[in-house]
Design a protein around this ligand. Structure first.
Ligand code: TXA
Ligand code: MG
Length: 345
């Protein structure tokens, strides 16, 4: 993908890292960049810190959070046992955008796992995240983990810049600014706690890559497994902008665009230039050319949804992407954003 358009990250000093680690050590919460999205972090072994995260997000307490580990962190500390499948995936994808759900160790506070018997672990590759996790882990004799959901209010679009975090929480939350997130959508979540690998959330690490390592394909989310652990990223309506969003093939969007035009309503359109034709230039249409590359689309997606929320449009029309493996993570997030409005549409 095109890295030339990717802005350079601002420098984060050791003093800033140390100050943020000290806040975590004191039970406070800190927003920090990862390669996927910004996280809202707190000491995973301090229930009061985890409670602060839930309160800030407005998130229900039965939703478990992911524990972030430093590159030298020890996943064994957090789990009852580490299956060989987990070790293979760790060797292949950590540090990186893959979260593993594993049977948790007895010492892990209930609050982190939302009362479940499992825990989500991930080692991010972002250098600022790694420096923070290493500094905090030193405060904890090498075993510190940082519980961190995405740094947005519950149900809203995840933040991919420090400014997005400030837009969510104002100045109340301390933010480490590590620039724009390269992946742009949340990590792939793979559940290994059920006796078979199950994909709970698609992301940059794909089912094919996972199957290559495990020698067996993960079970895909089908929504019909009533015993599945609750995961907010798997709620049907999530990741939503505030403006109603419709996700449809371009042919199905055209009558809606025509209706908006005749009603004089200003609307946003995100579509391939080759499809949009004259609609791209219509006076009532705020047009954005959809990135052609799935990784680039993922990187720009949440920033785009936030920008469209500020664009003063009545509706956001998004061209549905091809139903192929390379687009599945982007389609998944857009589908959930659209689902937030389908009940009322
Ligand atoms: O990329 C990411 O994963 C980002 C960055 C900050 O690392 N974090 C993130 O966290 O997306 P959050 O809380 O917004 O989403 C984590 C998802 C939730 O859907 C949560 O329910 C699920 O992971 N999860 C965490 N622990 C789990 C567990 N033990 N069992 C099932 N689902 C779990
Ligand atoms: Mg989230």
């Amino acid at each position: 993908s095109d890295r030339s358009t990717f802005p350079a990250a601002p420098a984060v000093s050791d003093a800033q890292i140390g100050a943020a680690a000290a806040l975590l050590d004191a039970g406070e919460i800190v927003a920090f960049p990862t390669e996927t999205v910004y996280g809202l972090g707190g000491d995973a072994e301090n229930p009061a810190a985890v409670a602060r995260i839930y309160a800030a997000k407005g998130r229900p307490a039965n939703h478990p959070v992911i524990v972030h580990l430093a590159p030298h962190g020890d996943p064994q500390y957090w789990v009852a046992h580490l299956p060989i499948e987990a070790q293979k995936l760790i060797d292949a994808f950590w540090p990186g955008p893959l979260t593993l759900i594993l049977e948790r160790a007895a010492r892990i506070p209930d609050a982190v796992s939302g009362g479940q018997t499992s825990v989500g672990l991930r080692c991010p590759s972002h250098p600022v995240a790694q420096r923070l996790l290493e500094a905090f882990s030193r405060c904890r004799g090498g075993h510190g983990g940082v519980a961190a959901p995405s740094a947005n209010r519950f149900g809203h679009v995840s933040p991919t810049t420090a400014q997005h975090v400030r837009d969510e929480f104002g100045e109340a939350i301390h933010v480490l600014d590590g620039g724009a997130c390269e992946v742009g959508i949340e990590s792939t979540i793979l559940d290994l706690s059920r006796g078979f690998p199950a994909l709970l959330r698609p992301g940059r690490v794909t089912p094919v890559e996972i199957a290559d390592v495990l020698g067996v394909a993960p079970r895909l989310p089908d929504g019909s497994d009533a015993t599945a652990p609750r995961a907010s990223g798997t709620l049907k309506a999530h990741y939503a902008p505030r403006t109603p969003l419709a996700l449809l093939p371009f042919a199905a969007l055209e009558p809606m665009l025509a209706e908006a035009a005749s009603a004089g309503a200003r609307v946003a359109l995100v579509a391939r230039v080759s499809r949009a034709g004259a609609w791209a230039d219509a006076s009532n249409v705020h047009f954005t050319a959809a990135p052609e590359d799935p990784h680039l689309y993922a990187r720009e997606l949440y920033g785009l949804l936030r920008a469209l929320d500020r664009a003063d449009v009545a509706r956001i029309f998004v061209e549905k992407l091809p139903d192929t493996a390379e687009w599945s993570a982007v389609n998944d997030r857009l589908g959930r954003a659209a689902a937030a409005f389908e009940a009322s549409a």
